[in-house]
Design a protein around this ligand. Structure first.
Ligand SMILES: Nc1ncnc2c1ncn2[C@@H]1O[C@H](COP(=O)(O)OP(=O)(O)OP(=O)(O)O)[C@@H](O)[C@H]1O
Length: 220
């Protein structure tokens, strides 16, 4: 069974009397341990696809299966449970909570499950090289450091699938490379599955496969 199955996904937005058909019948599998990059022109639908794959954006029709479990045929609560248990997210803008320390940000997704996690959060921050920054607020961290916190947060529930949207988009070349090296190291040591949206053709050569999205469909 694939780690992730995308099944005939459609997403339409209605805006001021206009319909925008963003995802137009996407179907593909991602196997366990596979590293897949999503590329395509601006506006092609990459972020919409990634968010839909992660249970964050409901499709107009179609479904996404995580280890065979349908995300959108499930109830909202079941979907939140699958997301929290199986998926880790890394966003271009980090999406850290400004009033929480690095340690608290990383621990939060576990606390939501009712599991105390400060010790594991602290180990993960060590793993990403931030053992000296546990009590820093996001504003007291550089962009690269904030993305490392976000990476540690994505791992707190030990998800088997990581979804990343332009994870190096706001970083300089050196910090970007560090984040990608860390991300790949973490993925490979535990045979996790990775799906990354990127504009960076060079970065995409590090994956097993690149899917090109063109007008909401897979390019041939
Ligand atoms: N909430 C929304 N309401 C209406 N249209 C939307 C909404 N979200 C996205 N879109 C439209 O869907 C299309 C695809 O957007 P998406 O962000 O998925 O593209 P992308 O391929 O990730 O682009 P980029 O590379 O620039 O980030 C765009 O034309 C965008 O304007």
């Amino acid at each position: 069974m694939p780690a992730l199955t995308v099944k005939d996904l459609h997403r339409r937005y209605h805006l001021a009397g206009h319909e925008i058909h963003v995802l137009r019948g996407l179907t593909f599998d991602v196997e366990h341990g596979e590293k897949v990059f999503l590329r395509g022109a601006s506006g092609a639908g990459k972020t919409t696809l990634l968010y839909t794959m992660g249970g964050l954006e409901k499709p107009t029709s179609g479904d996404v299966l995580i280890n065979g479990q349908p995300l959108y045929a499930a109830s909202k609560n079941q979907r939140a449970h699958i997301r929290n248990q199986s998926l880790g997210f890394v966003f271009q803008n980090y999406h850290l909570i400004p009033d929480l320390t690095a340690l608290e940000n990383v621990a939060l997704p576990s606390l939501i499950r009712g599991k105390p996690a400060l010790e594991r959060a602290s180990q993960l921050l060590e793993r990403v090289g931030l053992g000296e920054r546990l009590q820093h607020l996001p504003t007291e961290l550089s962009g690269g450091e904030q993305q490392r916190v976000a990476l540690a947060r994505a791992l707190i529930n030990d998800p088997k699938i990581i979804l990343a949207d332009e994870p190096t988009g706001n970083l300089d070349a050196q910090n970007g490379k560090q984040i990608i090296d860390l991300l790949f190291g973490i993925i490979e040591e535990s045979n996790r599955t990775l799906v990354v949206v990127t504009h960076d053709a060079q970065l995409a050569t590090r994956g097993d496969r690149t899917l090109i999205i063109e007008n909401g469909q897979l390019a041939a």
